[in-house]
Each structure stands twice: as C-alpha cells, then as structure tokens.
Design a protein around this ligand. Structure first.
Ligand SMILES: [Zn+2]
Length: 350
C-alpha cells in the first residue's frame, strides 16, 4: 500500500492563538509545576504505557533525560518514552479540572470559536476526509465518533465540511454545553470516563478519532481493546505528542514553560511505539501528516530568556529576523521526522 506522508503547515495564526504561552510564562510554569507535583505523588511506573515491558530504574535502565523534576525512560522494547511515575486515576482527578465556562455567550465568543475551528481544525478535518476519499470511502459513507471531543471544534469542522454523521463524546459537562451552544445543535454528548471503552466498542461508526487525546487516557489499554473489538471501525485518526526536538529545547530551558513534556503529558510517542500500538490492535499506518511546534517552542523560549536577562529590546529585533524563517525551519524539522506532533490515520488490516 502506498503510504501518504505529508509535512508542515503555516504557524502564523497559531502564534496569535497561543500568545498566552509568551505573556504568561511564570503562571504557566506554576501550573505545570502543580501538575508535576500530582504526578510525583503517584506510584513509580514499572511497565511501559504502550507495550508493558518492564522499564525504569528497577530494571537498571539509564535515564533518557530529566526536565522540570520529572525523569523519562525510553522503553527498550517499543521505544516509547515514559515518565518515571504512573498517570493513574488519582493523577487525572488532580490535574483535569474544568475551566470556568460562562453561562452566557456573546456573539464575539462565537466568532472566536469559529476562527479557532477554521484555523486549527478545518485543516485536520480536510486531511482525514481527503485521505479516506483516496481510499475509496465516499464522504456520505463516513461515520465518525470523536473521542475526548473537548469543545467540539473538530466535530464542528467535520460537519462544516459536509460530514453529516460526525458526533463527539466528552467527559466535561461544561465543555459539552459550550460546544452545543456554539454550534446551535447537539454535536457532543456527555459521558462518564468508565463508560468510554464500552461506548467505543458498540459505536456504529467506521472512523474513530482522538485529536490530542490518547496521551491523556489513563486506561489506554481498555480503550485500545475496544477499538480492536469493534470491527465496524476501519480507520482511527489520532494526533499525539512525540519525543522530538521540543524535548531537547525544554530540557535546556528550565525557566521556560514546558508545553510539551510534563504537565498532563506523562509519556511521549515515537514512530516505533506508534507502530507497536497499531499492530497490537490489528491496524497499520495509512496516512501521516507531520507538523510540529518545535521551532515555535524554541522561538518562545529564546524570547522568554531574553526578557529574563534584561534583553527585552533585543527580543523585538529577534522576532523581526526569526519569524520570517519560522515555517521554513519547522519544515526542515518535520521532514527529518523530528516534529513535536504527529497526525496519523491507521487502517484495520484486512
Ligand atoms: Zn514499550
């Protein structure tokens, strides 16, 4: 089968959306430190999150790296990068707290919602639909369950592009209400965490999607098993954080907010651990789109460090010179398979 590999996209609009990371470094660092406390309070991880091989200090294994008080081990069997401590239910209950959602939304909230959807989620939805069409699946036959749908941006994007049978499930009731209000129809359903695996196992869909979700699931084994058992599901589309250039930048800039490793990201994927995961449920790689935020992370860390070193004036000169190169530089990282995120469609083996 011919694999479809696609690289890069423009970072310009995303910089504006993520400006919090630039302006609120101290605040974000504090939040990430609180999340690290929650993980450090858990039992040590003794088995790889993906392949369950024994990992960690107990096996005499060397530490791959450490960052923001957390140590990481690379699994000798599948190559997955695991933090030293386990992301269990207790960890999840401490770090996943509902944001405050307003009871009344204004027209400007809706415009913001639509802008975010169109900038970030329409390209993701297009990639999925184009890839499925190339494999002979007509648009009208695509039925999607989006898992961990958040505020419904991805489902909203799919519907905007003409996928009528796209629905999402989400744990957070406020997010579901927000999503349904913004869309003017029920695009999401609230579900409880223990029910998710059985919902996936019974879902009458041919595509399951997990955009920035798999890395947060504590009972990942059960969810993967449900995907394996539901034979109606022919494709799985996911994006996950990778062991990538951003990890090195973060390890070297400890006074800058760690967007990538740490916080709620307690483990990182590699090409080999993704392959292991897909194999284990009877799927194989079908299409890949790589575009990372590595160079944007580096740019942000240098800006924050310049501020911290009384060089705020130089920051603007740097921005003028560096930003025009940003997309090109990230393109190089992406093509070298070192991007911080991967978007992948895997297909059930026939
Ligand atoms: Zn492993």
């Amino acid at each position: 089968m011919a694999l479809d590999r696609k690289y890069s996209k423009s970072a310009g609009d995303i910089i504006k959306i993520k400006s919090d990371f630039f302006e609120k470094n101290e605040e974000m660092l504090k939040l990430s430190s609180h999340q690290a406390d929650a993980l450090l309070a858990q039992p040590k991880r003794t088995k790889c999150k993906i392949c369950h091989a024994e990992i960690g200090e107990g096996t005499g294994q060397e530490v791959l790296y450490q960052s923001q008080r957390m140590r990481y081990f690379m699994c000798p069997c599948c190559g997955h990068v695991n933090s030293e401590y386990e992301d269990n239910e207790d960890f999840a209950s401490r770090v996943y707290i509902d944001d405050d959602y307003l009871a009344n939304y204004s027209e400007s909230d809706r415009r913001k919602y639509e802008k975010r959807r169109d900038t970030i989620y329409i390209p993701k939805a297009k990639f999925l639909i184009d890839s499925l069409e190339k494999d002979g699946v007509k648009k009208k036959n695509i039925k999607i369950l989006d898992d961990g749908a958040g505020s419904g941006y991805f489902v909203s994007a799919l519907r905007k592009l003409g996928i009528e049978q796209a629905d999402g499930i989400e744990i957070s009731e406020p997010q579901v209400q927000f999503a349904n209000t913004m869309n003017g129809e029920d695009v999401l359903t609230q579900v409880d965490a223990p029910d998710i695996a059985s919902i996936i196992e019974k879902a009458d869909v041919n595509v399951a999607t997990f955009i920035g979700v798999l890395e947060h699931i504590t009972n990942l084994d059960e969810v993967l098993d449900a995907l394996k058992k539901n034979k109606k599901i022919k494709y799985i589309y996911f994006s996950v954080p990778m062991f990538s250039m951003s990890c090195f930048f973060e390890a070297a800039h400890q006074s800058c907010y760690n967007r990538h490793a740490g916080g709620t990201h307690t483990h990182l994927f590699t090409e080999s651990s993704i392959k292991y995961m897909a194999d284990s449920i009877g799927f194989e790689e079908y299409a890949v789109w790589k575009f990372g935020s590595d160079m944007m992370d580096l740019y942000r860390m240098i800006c924050v460090s310049l501020d911290q070193n009384d060089n705020s004036n130089l920051r603007e000169v740097f921005a003028r010179k560096f930003l025009p190169m940003l997309d090109e530089l990230q393109g190089v990282v992406d093509r070298h398979e070192e991007a911080s995120e991967i978007h992948m469609i895997i297909k059930r083996k026939s």
